[in-house]
Design a protein around this ligand. Structure first.
Ligand code: NAD
Length: 371
């Protein structure tokens, strides 16, 4: 039997409210027994950590994050900490986690549950049953490349410079994440760049093709120019399984894909690092895309599905628990099918529920589906 060690970092605002539903899921899985069990510790991050330690995350909690099999993160921030010094602002805790754990791969799934297909701005048949995964390189490319500056040309003109730069190893490691994860899904990767106008795109195309040919010939690989990819994402997104792309294009394409699915309260994410040489396990942090939602915090009305779906990603990608991940996904779909809705996804004729009621309904569906 494998015991997985989690670090839960609830953070601020609705963070602790939605993390409570992860704890309930962990209890459900542990009670059911089987080959996997979970232990967890909790830590402070964001404003909560600042209030306790004067830092956005303490060194002790960073050490716990380094040692954990996966970090499950709620959300940070809120008006209470608007005036704190820049280096210890709530977001600094998340940035330190990403940096110290070297999380270079950002995973953003776009899943449209059948019951919510009408909430999308696209036609029902275009998004119903959609399940794609965007893998964005997170630590390189034009957001970090040097030189990065604005220079005064001395003739009344200025010049703004950003540098798009990728080395072979950066492309190789993100390509491996995409091919590995495609193996857990429908085995198809579409790599997107702009090799028609960018040298970094030429190299990206070349390196992805080499990694594919030498290590993952069994995966179906396609290349697409990133602009055409954006068009195809809104034309017929179901043609994709895993989309592999760089930091800049990934930033835009993942937001486009997010809007295919409706609400912020439904969107999970994960960030992964390199596999450990010995254990082969990757460092990993799982978090909802949404923030701490101070406008609704403390009222028990936040949608817990983005958080629950982030935990499902941990089951799938850190622990290889596909059956359990599928079970929870089906239970979410079933709770939505019954017409249960938190305020953010509420529509006419549906039943409005709170955070805990939605979590409990999902667990009740898990009981039913696994009976
Ligand atoms: P937000 O995502 O917190 O909220 C945007 C809107 O969506 C709000 O109206 C909120 O009520 C709603 N919303 C968000 N999640 C929801 C959920 N699960 N259920 C129901 N409704 C939900 O973004 P914001 O308002 O721009 O930022 C609020 C705070 O969160 C700020 O301090 C910001 O810096 C921080 N933030 C943190 C993260 C993070 O922790 N990763 C991400 C984004 C924003």
């Amino acid at each position: 039997m494998a015991t997985h060690h989690l670090l839960l970092l609830p953070g601020d605002g609705i963070g602790p409210e939605v993390i409570a539903e992860v704890k309930a899921l962990v209890a459900w899985l542990n009670k059911r027994g089987g080959e996997h069990s979970f232990e967890y510790e909790e830590g402070l991050v964001g404003g909560a950590a600042y209030d306790a330690h004067g830092k956005a995350i303490s060194d002790a909690d960073m050490a716990k994050a380094m040692a954990a099999d996966a970090v499950i993160f709620g959300a940070v921030g809120g008006p209470k900490w608007d005036g704190v010094p820049y280096e210890v602002r709530p977001e600094a805790g998340l940035l330190r986690l990403r940096k110290d754990l070297q999380l270079f791969a950002n995973l953003r799934p776009a899943i449209t549950y059948p019951a919510l297909a009408d909430a999308s701005s696209l036609k029902h048949e275009v998004v119903e049953g959609l399940d794609i995964l965007i893998i964005r390189e997170l630590t390189g490319g034009v957001y970090f490349g040097e030189p990065k500056q604005i220079i005064d040309l001395g003739n009344g003109q200025k010049r703004g410079i950003d540098t798009q730069v990728y080395d072979t190893y950066e492309i190789e490691r993100i390509a491996r994440v995409a091919f590995d994860l495609a193996g857990h899904r429908r085995n198809k990767v579409t790599s997107m760049e702009k090799r028609n106008v960018m040298k970094s795109g030429v190299l990206w195309h070349e390196v992805v093709s080499e990694v594919h040919a030498s290590e993952y010939p069994q995966v179906d690989l396609q290349h697409m120019l990133a602009d055409a990819g954006g068009m195809q994402l809104v034309r017929w997104p179901k043609q994709f399984d895993v989309i592999l792309t760089d930091n800049l294009f990934g930033d835009m394409l993942s937001d486009v894909a997010a809007m295919l699915t409706g609400s912020l309260g439904m969107l999970p994410s994960a960030s992964l690092g390199a596999p450990d040489q010995k254990t082969k396990k990757r460092k990993a942090l799982y978090e909802p895309v949404h923030g701490s939602a101070p406008d609704i915090a403390g009222r028990g009305i936040a949608n817990p599905i983005a958080m629950i779906a982030s935990f499902v990603m941990a089951l799938r990608y850190s622990f290889g628990m596909k059956a359990e991940a599928d079970l929870i996904d089906h239970a979410i779909a079933a709770a939505l099918d019954k017409g249960l809705r938190t305020g953010d996804i509420m529509s006419e004729g549906k039943t409005r529920v709170g955070t805990h009621e939605m979590g409990a309904a999902i667990r009740a569906e898990m009981d039913r589906l696994s009976a």
